[in-house]
Design a protein around this ligand. Sequence first.
Ligand code: AMP
Length: 213
Amino acid sequence: MNIILLGPPGAGKGTQAKMLVDGHNMIQLSTGDMLRAAKTSGTKMGNKVAAVMDAGNLVTDEIVIGLISEQLDSDAAGGFIFDGFPRTLAQADALGALLASKGTNLDHVIEMQVDDAALVSRITARSTCGSCEEGYNDVSKPIPLNRTCVKCGGTEFKRRADDNENSLKTRLMAYYKETSPLIGYYYAKEMLTSVDGLAEIDEVQSSISNVLV
Ligand code: AMP
């Protein structure tokens, strides 16, 4: 089963995708994670997109479609979870064509609905373990007092360069201008289901799992 998790920055797409990977044997394809990895390892493409990402703007369709295309031959028994892709109508069209060329298709698009005020407070509070990427949140899941990761014991924690109020405004604007039209696009294709992204993490996961059965 191939699904898209659609929603603004901070809606919880990454958290839910990771839970689906564990529970449903699916592969998470996050263009944001791929781009951050390219940025950190200093590839030519990573250097090219670094400033665009830090400012909160979208990188070109050509780059992200290329990244996704490279991954679609992976052996995904349970299917793919597209997280943060597509973000434009051109990317949505390209994804449909790429999947068709592999003899497969998209099964569901799950829109995670969250109001803007919640997004700002969620994003400015979040951090991750520098070793295992376990997520933390200053309010709902603070870093332990001994500053040791609960999952791997790591002691380095990091915040994303674009998780600040200025970049967030640009990211939200990009979401409303470029990405939110995909809600209508997939609704018209009868693929869209909306879930309450503000519910508890486990409740959101079970709403998503209910769509997948
Ligand atoms: P994310 O981790 O999904 O929030 O993505 C972080 C940043 O990577 C975004 O703000 C964009 O600069 C870039 N990015 C990730 N996915 C895409 C995409 N599908 N199209 C364009 N830019 C993207």
